[in-house]
Ligand binder design. Sequence first.
Ligand SMILES: Nc1nc2c(ncn2[C@@H]2O[C@H](COP(=O)(O)OP(=O)(O)O)[C@@H](O)[C@H]2O)c(=O)[nH]1
Ligand SMILES: [Mg+2]
Length: 157
Amino acid sequence: MLTGSFGVGKSSLFNRFIFDEFEEAYHDTIGVRINHKKILHKGKKIEIRLWDIAGEVLQSKVPLNYFADKDVILYLVDLNRPFTLKNAGPDLRFLKAIAKPDTIIKFIGSKRDLINHLELEELENRILPLKIDLVISSKTGENIELLFRDIGNLIIE
Ligand SMILES: Nc1nc2c(ncn2[C@@H]2O[C@H](COP(=O)(O)OP(=O)(O)O)[C@@H](O)[C@H]2O)c(=O)[nH]1
Ligand SMILES: [Mg+2]
């Protein structure tokens, strides 16, 4: 399940993972999109079913039942737009409180390609309220395979 404010790159991550595609143009997401893809995990095929929803600035505005039964929630912030970072603390606390106890919540920084090494360091050391789990770019594909490989490992355990 992908969540986070509008424009942080949820649909782009969805499109990169499912179709291996990326588009610069912005398309509003209406409602919810669900698709799946099989990945290889230790020689076995596992199916990842991915949900992409219309973004909300605050996670408390997302219909609660979207979060109810998910194995993994990926909460995205846009590394290039600091205002999307400022809700990360409350949002992550909210998600922890409402998700089932064994749901894995990952904090993902998106659009890594738009900031340089020093800007990333500055964000991680001074601006972000919590430690980021992984930085990705749906444009270049950076860390996308790694992200879903990690998820595969976590849900199989
Ligand atoms: N440069 C860059 N742009 C991105 C990346 N991911 C998304 N975008 C752009 O950011 C905008 C919003 O992305 P989108 O996936 O629709 O965000 P959503 O509202 O969270 O679904 C679009 O114009 C995308 O092309 C990325 O990794 N790098
Ligand atoms: Mg979208």
